[in-house]
Each structure stands twice: as structure tokens, then as C-alpha cells.
Ligand binder design. Structure first.
Ligand SMILES: [Ca+2]
Length: 435
């Protein structure tokens, strides 16, 4: 083999490499070096292949759907540069479905199956005895004691709000109740149910169940559509609280500015509809927008910004498919064309999203305004970077821990706290902070 033919062979080898890169979509970026000029492309190919952004998701899609806009799925992978301490603060719990920091570094934590409400001290890892006076729950399937939060005036009122699945005539409902935490922190007094997301249904799936206070001291409650066909179609109905975001006062009454107050065929508490099973909720620290994450079927988990009176499309449209592999409805994914709100972002394959929290703290500056979401089936915490209402980056944290991450909160000190279905509470903080 002569020297000349060897260099020609190298040239074609490099050319094939570049063409292969282009075929993989890696060259489909805003980089100016295109494949038009083969010599230039050959020169640049080595650098380009290492610089090109790749998706945080490495697994193939499970559906044929295409996003409505480029930022709607499979965002570029980002990596936290801050050195982190990852610590298991507590172990041996049940499914800690909901958590709230009611006092500096002290959390109220629900236990889904046992329906216990516990106090966890993040500084010494201690766990209290169960607080007395919590409600009776139906703990079959996905039911039990779910979320917990405190009233904005908790320091004076000591009011604690919880969600749970409750037995009533005809089946079970997602219920909201409130009670007063005694001074000795041993009991919830005068516990009462303030809201039931009727109709009842005889099933154990898709309760939704997140609650959060708005700046006016009213509550947003999320529900699920109870999963089964045909009950799940009630997500589209304005005379049912299934598959909804609901806006109520601390007494469980509809907030008087709600979008369907004037509609006599609609339930007054409804704020938005067409949801599947909303498992996470928080307000964006800068815009004040209400963001939710809802479980899709097989793929099609959605991140949505909630606008009053809007329809988010389930189960008419979805970026996911049935667990059987069948299409949902007619297999239409485009929301906007059908008159529904497009998700800000969706996952394909699933991220199995659960509790979520925006990061609004100086402790880890690069995390400011990022969204953190617990992942249940792929076992990681999702970090989402948002700019101008679009997802521009995604990271998967603690993948090596292989835990089902259930709920996420950010403490006053800026630590990220994550509970798992395996009974652990993680604390993730900047290394050397000593907090
Ligand atoms: Ca949707």
C-alpha cells in the first residue's frame, strides 16, 4: 500500500465519521461548522464531537411523537459545578409522601401507609413519636396520608393542613383537612375535613394530593383522575373534581375569583382541568407562576404552567401511550391544535415525576430558580433549568443511589431535602457549608 492511497483512505474514513455524526443528529446544532465543506468538517470533527450538547436522556423514545417546539423535551444535559455533600439524615421510615419545614431544620413528614405524621430534626436525625389526632385514611394502593403544609400564619395559628385518601359513601376521595399543632407538638387538635374532591370512586389509584398556599393565603390542591377507563374521562368534566387543580380558602370554600364561578354547570373550586395525576406543585420564585408536574401514562409526563380556566388535554391528547402500548384516544399529541395548553416540557421515556420544589436560596447560587423533581421509576432527582418559561437544561442527580425519590423541599438554609420510598431522608448541600 502506497503512502498516497493510505492518506486517501484516511480521508474517506474521516468523511464517513463526519457523515455518521451528522446522521446521529449531533451536527444538527447552531455550530457554524456544517458538513458542507468536507475539508473543513474533517478538520473540525474531533472538537465538535466533544463540544456538542447531548440530551440528559440517553435512552430511546418509547413513542413516535414529535415535540411542538424544540425545547419541549430531551433538553441538553447540564452538570452542577458546585461540590456537594450528600448525606442520609434519617433511615427506616415508610414512604414519606409529604414534607414541610415548620421550624428551622425541623420537618413535619407524612407516612403514607401508616398515616403517621412525624417530626424530623435535620440537625440530629431524630424522629418524633407519631403526632396524635391525624385522620383515618384508606391506605390501599396509592392511598394513605399524603401531603402536609402549614398555614402562612403558622407561628400564631399553628394550623397544619394535610391531604389524604378518605373512605366516603361510594368509594374514596382525595380529602383536605386541617388541625392545630399543640404547643408540646404531640397532637393535632380539632382536626376537621375542609374539602373532598368528589365524586367518590371505588379505586386506589391517582389521588393527586399536593397542596400549596398562594400569597393570599388560599390553597391550591391537585387531584388525579382515578386512572381507570372510563372514570378518567371525568378529567374533562367541570362537574367533577377529578384531574383538576382546585383553588380553595382555608375553610374549603371556592376562592371567589375562580374561573368557573359564573358557570352554573361547573364546580366553583376548579381552577384548571384536563390533568392526569399531579404529583408536584410549586411557584416559580421570580415569575410567581404556578408550575405543576403530572404523571403521564407510558411516557408523556408533563411540566405545566397553570393558567386559570385552561384545559391541559388529558385524556384526549397526550405525549405518552397506554401502558399496554396502545394509543391514548386517537394517538394525538399536539395539544394546541386541539385547543389545549401545550406542556412546557415532557419526558419520553418517563421520569416518573413526584414531589417538586424550586430552588430559591443563596447557598448554591448556580441552582437559583432551578426546579428539582423527585423521580420514582428512573431513580434520580431531576434538575431543570428554566429560562423565559422554557426548559433549557436538565440534570439527573443521585442516580447512583438507586432510590425512588418521592418528595423534595428546600430548607431555609438552602439544603435540598429528598425523601424516598425506601424510608430514607437525604440532605444535599454545598460541600463545607456545615449546615
Ligand atoms: Ca396535557
Amino acid at each position: 500500500m502506497t503512502k498516497v492511497s493510505w492518506s486517501r483512505l484516511m480521508f474517506f474514513t474521516m468523511l464517513i465519521f463526519v457523515l455518521a455524526l451528522a446522521a446521529c443528529g449531533n451536527a444538527d446544532t447552531s455550530d457554524e461548522e456544517s458538513t458542507d465543506d468536507s475539508d473543513a468538517a474533517t478538520e473540525e470533527s474531533t472538537d465538535e464531537s466533544t463540544d456538542t450538547n447531548t440530551s440528559a436522556e440517553s435512552k430511546p423514545k418509547v413513542t413516535k411523537f414529535e415535540p411542538a417546539f424544540p425545547e419541549q423535551t430531551r433538553a441538553p444535559k447540564v452538570v452542577t459545578e458546585t461540590e456537594l455533600d450528600v448525606e442520609v439524615v434519617v433511615e427506616g421510615l415508610g414512604v414519606s409522601w409529604g414534607m414541610v419545614e415548620f421550624d428551622t431544620n425541623r420537618l413535619l413528614v407524612t407516612q403514607r401507609e401508616s398515616a403517621e405524621l412525624l417530626i424530623i430534626n435535620l440537625e440530629d436525625g431524630s424522629v418524633s413519636d407519631p403526632i396524635e389526632g391525624t385522620p383515618e385514611v384508606n391506605n390501599e394502593g396509592q392511598g394513605g396520608l399524603l401531603d402536609v403544609t402549614i398555614a402562612p400564619d403558622f407561628d400564631e395559628s399553628r394550623l397544619v393542613f394535610m391531604t389524604f385518601s378518605q373512605n366516603i359513601e361510594g368509594g374514596t376521595v382525595t380529602a383536605v383537612g386541617k388541625g392545630v399543632l399543640s404547643e408540646d407538638e404531640a397532637s393535632l387538635e380539632d382536626f376537621e375535613v375542609i374539602f373532598q374532591a368528589v365524586p367518590a370512586y371505588d379505586g386506589a389509584l391517582h389521588y393527586g394530593g399536593r397542596i400549596i398556599f398562594d400569597v393570599e393565603g388560599n390553597l391550591f390542591l391537585t387531584t388525579g383522575e382515578r386512572s381507570d377507563d372510563p372514570i378518567r374521562e371525568r378529567a374533562q368534566d367541570l362537574d367533577a373534581y377529578l384531574g383538576k387543580v382546585i383553588h380553595i380558602t382555608q375553610d374549603g370554600e371556592a376562592v371567589d375569583t375562580n374561573p368557573f364561578i359564573e358557570n352554573e354547570n361547573a364546580l366553583d373550586g376548579i381552577y384548571s382541568y384536563g390533568h392526569r395525576n399531579i404529583q408536584g406543585v410549586d411557584f416559580h420564585p421570580e415569575t410567581g407562576d404556578l408550575w405543576i408536574v403530572e404523571f403521564g401514562p407510558q411516557a408523556g409526563d408533563e411540566l405545566n404552567i397553570i393558567k386559570p380556566g385552561s384545559n391541559y388535554g388529558w385524556p384526549i391528547v397526550s405525549y405518552g401511550i397506554e401502558y399496554t402500548g396502545d394509543l391514548v384516544n386517537d394517538g394525538i399529541s399536539e395539544h394546541e391544535e386541539q385547543g389545549f395548553v401545550e406542556p412546557v416540557y415532557y419526558w419520553d421515556p418517563t421520569s416518573a415525576p413526584s414531589g417538586m420544589s424550586f430552588y430559591d436560596n443563596d447557598a448554591i447560587p448556580e441552582w437559583q430558580n432551578n426546579l428539582f423533581i423527585g423521580g420514582l421509576a428512573p431513580n434520580y432527582i431531576v434538575r431543570v433549568i428554566i429560562e423565559n418559561g422554557l426548559v433549557v437544561g436538565e440534570e439527573r442527580l443521585l442516580t447512583e443511589e438507586a432510590q425512588r425519590f418521592r418528595d423534595i423541599l428546600v430548607t431555609e438554609d438552602g439544603a435540598l431535602i429528598a425523601s424516598t420510598d425506601g424510608g430514607l431522608i437525604y440532605k444535599i448541600s454545598a460541600a463545607g457549608e456545615g449546615n
